[in-house]
Design a binder for this molecule. Structure first.
Ligand SMILES: Nc1nc2c(ncn2[C@@H]2O[C@H](COP(=O)(O)OP(=O)(O)OP(=O)(O)O)[C@@H](O)[C@H]2O)c(=O)[nH]1
Ligand SMILES: [Mg+2]
Length: 356
């Protein structure tokens, strides 16, 4: 899973990237043109508890890749739009974090205006999608025989022209599949990240701004959410020895770092669920798309298990923990035998039976 960090120059993208990954990419204008990439482990207390219960030698968490795609040229749809380099980097991402600057950056001429950035970035994504779709429609008009695709584009283009992202078009699975090859940006799940000044972090998102953002991002659409952090503070925390962090947080009036909350929010955007495997070797979380069938989930663990799939022995994580172990769960009738078509649920602890 890959999450792109996107925003206008000086919004704090690289600072956020560093806070998340613990890396030390160059911030400020000097680091502008570089693309930074780093992986993080998704914190999952379920893995910790399972490992404890089974005395696992190893714990494996799900991983997420973060990409700081570099700066989007300032100015919104009326101006230059996104560079091909930035568009290319965003196309490779499963979800986007749009960084909105809410602190005064002395290196920038423009004062902070997160709502302006929210609107302009939205317009930039839409503009980037229009180009390839219009080009394709032009081609299709000359080569008839693909009425389905043509009709779809004739729905998408006016929608984009009315300043609405494709995520609000209500595309069905077939439509989504047809559009897959275009690398469209406005179909991607989005997390709006308000980057606030240090002084404002305990206050959260000002109510009037939250209301305006809500209207603007249309929360009726699944896969869009927002949160506020102070990137500078988060980066400072990430760079500190763990022992010194609590005191620093307390001095700032904070209970905990925003990092874990942010990772959970970004992860939640992707509509992932996690199943778990556990034993003496390892306890491990496996991220899959919601709706994945047991046989496909088995394939994540090993292609042999998918090929030779017999059944999945499933215990819900909560039941396993509440009852205190696999034997107890089995005795209580909480172990289910599921077939290939079973849709895996978040928190299923699975033992796959297979034969190759
Ligand atoms: N006061 C304050 N400064 C911040 C915050 N986040 C970032 N900065 C500063 O703002 C400047 C720009 O931050 P970067 O992380 O380099 O921003 P960027 O979006 O990566 O910038 P470009 O790559 O140039 O587009 C740096 O000097 C940061 O130290 C913040 O939360 N508060
Ligand atoms: Mg940068």
């Amino acid at each position: 899973m890959k999450i792109g960090i996107v925003g206008y120059p000086g919004a704090g993208k690289t600072t956020i990237f560093n806070a998340l990954t613990g890396l030390r990419a160059e911030t400020g204008p000097g680091g502008r043109t570089r693309e930074n990439m780093g992986a993080i482990k998704v914190p999952d207390p379920r893995v910790d508890l399972l490992a404890e219960m089974h005395r696992s030698r190893k714990k494996v968490y799900a991983e997420t890749l973060f990409v700081d795609v570099g700066a989007a040229p300032e100015g919104g749809a009326a101006k230059a739009g996104l560079s091909p380099q930035v568009i290319g980097a965003m196309q490779g991402c499963d979800a986007l974090v749009l960084v909105l600057r809410a602190f005064e950056n002395p290196a920038l001429a423009q004062p902070a205006d997160p709502l302006r950035d929210l609107r302009d970035l939205g317009a930039d994504l839409i503009l980037a999608d229009l180009g390839p779709l219009e080009k394709r429609l032009g081609k299709l008009s000359k080569e008839p025989g693909k009425p389905g695709e043509k009709a779809l584009l004739e729905r998408c283009i006016p929608h984009l022209e009315s300043d609405a992202p494709l995520s609000t078009l209500g595309l069905d699975a077939a439509g989504q599949a047809l559009l897959n090859g275009f690398g469209l940006l406005s179909t991607k799940p989005v997390l709006y990240l308000l980057n606030q000044a240090e002084e404002a972090i305990t206050a959260g998102i000002p109510p009037d701004l939250a209301a305006a953002m809500n209207t603007e991002m249309n929360t009726a659409v699944e896969g869009r959410s927002m949160m506020a952090i102070s990137a500078q503070v988060e980066m400072d925390i990430a760079g500190m020895p763990p022992g010194e962090q609590p005191e620093f947080l307390e001095a700032l009036g904070l209970e905990s770092s925003a990092r874990d909350r942010f990772v959970q929010a970004a992860y939640g955007l992707l509509d992932l669920v996690g199943f778990l495997t556990t034993g003496e070797d390892e306890s491990r979380a496996w991220p899959i798309r919601r709706g994945t069938r047991a046989v496909k989930a088995a394939g994540k663990v090993h292609s042999d298990i998918e090929r030779g799939f017999i059944r999945a022995e499933v215990i819900a994580y909560d039941a396993l923990i509440a009852l205190g172990g696999e034997k107890q769960a089995r005795d209580a009738g909480k172990l289910r035998l599921e077939g290939k078509e079973y849709v895996v649920q978040d928190g299923d602890v699975i033992n796959f039976r297979f034969n190759v």
